[in-house]
Design a protein around this ligand. Sequence first.
Ligand code: CMP
Length: 229
Amino acid sequence: MAITKQARIGERPAALKAVPFFTQLGEGELEIIRSLAAEKHYPKNAVVITEGEIGDSLYMIQSGKVKVFIGDQEGREMILKILGPGDFFGEMSMIDKQPRSATVTTLESSVFLVLTHASFEKCVERVPRIANMVMRVLAQRVREADKKIGTLAMMDVYGRVASTLLELAVYDKGKMVVSEKLSQQDLANMVGASREMVNRILKDLAERGFISVESKSITIINQELPPSL
Ligand code: CMP
């Protein structure tokens, strides 16, 4: 259940400044957004947006993490993206007023700044370059989706696991680490394979010295991950 409260001017400047999407904006622009947005708090594992439903709000992630996925009637999930602080979601239905294209659930307790279509339009009137920023993110998402289609169509599961690990990895103290709180089932849902298959591939990659699997992270030792067995 979401707890809603209207965001007030002057609140949380430090938290907003810390996230990439907002850091491109000046303090005056941030105040305008804050004055038009509602702040919503969600616990871990809460459904924020449901695929197929009508909705017109854009959610900016102030803190926390969400997964964006599409599902089928058997309960299978295909994870499209993990989003974190500074990212936003819900822009598609806000723009074209069509049903939500995917479901979004929280992976940890999260705080969002929520703009309805009407408040987003006011925002664009007063901060015109926000429209450009949203367009740039949309272009980037199409690029990533194209890449994913290519990976799904042209690589076997082994290659898909390898390319997803590289996509998720970030440099941390000189090492490439996947530290997302992802279960093997989540990884399987990202590559369209069974959990057992992903488990076997991770074990194989670890035995061959390409990765090391720790309890909460995976370190990529050799970035030349093999594209197939
Ligand atoms: P909307 O369709 O309103 O609701 C679901 C949201 O999931 C969608 O807007 C986007 O914000 C997000 N979404 C859908 N597909 C992707 C994708 N491939 N990558 C990242 N985010 C996505």
